[in-house]
Design a protein around this ligand. Sequence first.
Ligand SMILES: NC(=O)c1ccc[n+]([C@@H]2O[C@H](COP(=O)([O-])OP(=O)(O)OC[C@H]3O[C@@H](n4cnc5c(N)ncnc54)[C@H](OP(=O)(O)O)[C@@H]3O)[C@@H](O)[C@H]2O)c1
Length: 331
Amino acid sequence: MTGAGATTRSPVLAYHLSPESREQFANHISRPRLVDGAPDQPVWLPPPEAEALFTFASAWAKAPADKPAGWPFNLRWIQLASAGVDALPAWAYQGTVVTCGRGITARPIAEYVMAALLEKEKRISDFRVRSVVDYRRLGNEHDWLKIPLGGLAGQAVGVVGLGSIGREIAGRAAAFGMRVLATRRSSSASPLAFVTLRPDAKTLASEVDHLVLCAPSTRETKHIIDASVLAAAKPGLHIVNVARGSLLDHAALLPALNDSRVSMATLDVTDPEPLPAGHPFYSHPRVRLTPHMAWYSATHHQRLTAKLLENLARFSRGEELTDVVDPATGY
Ligand SMILES: NC(=O)c1ccc[n+]([C@@H]2O[C@H](COP(=O)([O-])OP(=O)(O)OC[C@H]3O[C@@H](n4cnc5c(N)ncnc54)[C@H](OP(=O)(O)O)[C@@H]3O)[C@@H](O)[C@H]2O)c1
């Protein structure tokens, strides 16, 4: 963003900020004025004097299809805490610059992905011993550990979306001795020498043992993993979704799991979220569901606040903001 001018008292709307973040905001060098909306006020109807809005994507889930009269009021900038912006309606970009929390959660998510890959290969929870009976069930006292475990070294992982999350995954997978393949939207070269690009998800899925989805939810990525991709997948593929449920066609995944073409699906995200009661994924032996928590870690709020304050400093100096969302591509 340019031309915002050096603002010494930028009105800033402090929706959803933790008390610690709020204090850090209040003490920021630009001395912003923090303005709270009424508790029942929707986030898209901010106090009229607010120039900047700090908010979580979830607050936009029920945003109207049409922009409210007067939008964007005095707003020039919307900063979302999350990397994903799919909850934001198209009209929110009219008259504003939207920035996102790209990268804040990349490391915890990459660690979650490695945990999922290791769980698939090492099966620690399958072989957990709670009693002497378990020893007999898994073998017997004298003849145990007869089940060979898998390993990551020499396997291939495919990363759909080589952004902040995909790159963190790639580095960790390579450290485990895995081959790393990826797709991205643009035709740009691979940013990492050890990552080889593939033209599309189908080619990628046919070559890898683990396929990790970490691209944004956009029109282009809706069901990017569909029945045709699953039919072409390397037999026994493990799918990990840490992006959004919309990338994966669940109706196509179920038969692929049932006939073992897909040996396991680790799903941190689903569509809808949560899945309805009684959905087969809740009890499917090949599905590991987690409640959209791969991003969360003890240092999250520190990293989030650091990102917001950096952009606030830029805003107050009239400089380009970081992690600007392109409304044309949707990320
Ligand atoms: N589970 C969770 O808790 C959680 C937390 C944070 C984020 N997320 C999700 O993860 C997504 C990615 O986050 P990020 O920070 O890594 O985003 P990012 O840094 O913006 O990277 C996005 C990557 O996806 C690629 N991409 C976009 N469209 C694609 C397509 N049609 N086919 C293949 N690749 C495509 C981009 O390609 P280019 O490199 O060519 O631009 C880029 O490499 C977010 O949008 C969000 O939905 C989930």
